[in-house]
Design a protein around this ligand. Sequence first.
Ligand SMILES: [Zn+2]
Ligand SMILES: [Zn+2]
Length: 192
Amino acid sequence: MPQSRKRQKSKSVDKTQGNDKRMLDVTNKNDAKRWILTVVSLAIAILVIAGFGLQSFASFSVGSQQNSSGAQVGDHWHAKINVVLCDFTSTIPPSPGDVHSHGDGMIHIHPASTDTAGDKANLGAFFDSAQMKVMSDSILVRGEEILKNGDKCSDESSEGKFELTINGKNYTLKDFRSYLPLDTDEISLSFK
Ligand SMILES: [Zn+2]
Ligand SMILES: [Zn+2]
């Protein structure tokens, strides 16, 4: 008799353990769900933050002119300009205007009036002054087209294209005319 009681006891213990196990399983499932939700929402948050980060990084790398109003009346800024077409380095002769060349490889920006200051003291004004018609896919110097995208620098070379870099970073050629050169900028226009 005492043996059977013992067995009964042990049976009831087993039952409880079984229930505990089931309850534990349910809790684990909920935990897993919650964990997945946390991971997913964390991932989304990271992506969103990374997206914003990239966006602000991109706008910074495209050109700091977005945060600048350009040279003002009374400023006298200098930006280095380098024009290399194929293996020919173009020297830009002295030119007139408030955004001009002294033939020293620098863009001299000293606006005399508000008509040429701020967003008008741009790269387009410099190329106009130097009589260089630089567009997104071609460059005309003194009215004569010398190069356009797809031209080859030599018979052996592949089809060339224009590249504009500002302080070592690529700048889209489409709207480069509106770029406002800042003091100490290093600007490079190349075709290769
Ligand atoms: Zn100067
Ligand atoms: Zn000057």
